[in-house]
Design a protein around this ligand. Structure first.
Ligand code: BTN
Length: 248
């Protein structure tokens, strides 16, 4: 079990709600917008963990960090892109500090070790008419090794598949939140560090966008975390809503 007393002590500016198994911490928060800003819902397991682009996030009980942070946008000028990029980088820093391994960031939101995904971020916004009411930042990190279902066996992994260090998940969450706060206060540093860890720079990738697949060379990110690609005509393009892969 994640020790929430440790979290309350190490991260006093956040509120924590610790649940057993629920469908999805993002979905839970959508129905609890009455909660205070900076409330974090943590579940021990999720039955319908969600990933980006309609995918699922396998969340076996006790094996990972499945949590969502409630952000009220009137207090936070960041966009979904900024928050997703900063959260991915903060998860990377937490893993690096606690376990001594350095994942790379597969734009925009996936942390990879040896080409296998160990963590992902899903930031969602909720509107009331034209007005954004809340942003929900979901973080999923595979920590302890687990038996993987066939469909993700070759693409997903856990931190403990690569290191033998055992640490409480509460420590990883606390490190994540400290990095997240530091990077929100220093956005230029966040961009600089994100660029250092971006995967596939100067490599050819496949770009999947609106049912089409194109190819291009990754050149970096712009100051809004949009991906900079050199297309097949040698022109520079910035990508917002696309997914990249190294295989077609
Ligand atoms: C992705 O892989 O595309 C993003 C994965 C995000 C998973 C986290 S786990 C906590 C939160 N609740 C969810 O249902 N999804 C996010």
């Amino acid at each position: 079990m994640i020790d929430v007393r440790v979290l309350k002590k190490l991260c006093p500016t956040y509120s924590f709600l610790h649940l057993d198994t629920i469908d999805s911490t993002n979905e839970y928060l959508k129905s609890r917008l009455d909660l205070f800003e900076k409330t974090i819902v943590i579940a021990e397991g999720q039955t319908q963990g969600k990933g980006r682009n309609g995918r699922s996030f396998y969340s076996p009980k006790g094996c990972g960090i499945y949590m969502s942070l409630l952000i009220k946008p009137q207090n936070d000028p960041n966009t979904i892109f900024d928050l997703t990029g900063i959260a991915a980088l903060s998860a990377l820093k937490a893993i690096q500090t606690v376990y001594g391994i350095t994942p790379s960031i597969k734009w925009l939101n996936d942390l990879m070790v040896q080409d296998q995904k160990i963590a992902g971020i899903l930031c969602e916004s909720l509107f009331f008419g034209n007005q954004m009411k809340a942003m929900i930042l979901g973080i999923g990190i595979n920590v302890h090794s687990f038996k993987k279902p066939l469909d993700i066996a070759s693409i997903a992994a856990s931190i403990e598949d690569f290191v033998s260090i055992k640490k409480p998940r509460s420590i990883l969450i606390a490190k994540f939140l400290h990095s997240f706060d530091d990077y929100l206060a220093a956005p230029d540093k966040a961009l600089e560090d994100y660029r250092k860890h971006l995967a596939y720079v100067n490599q050819k990738v496949y770009i999947h966008q609106q049912g089409q697949t194109l190819s291009g060379i990754v050149r970096g990110i712009d100051d809004h975390f949009h991906l900079l690609i050199e297309n097949s005509q040698g022109q520079s393009e910035s990508l917002v809503s696309a997914e990249i892969s190294i295989r077609p």
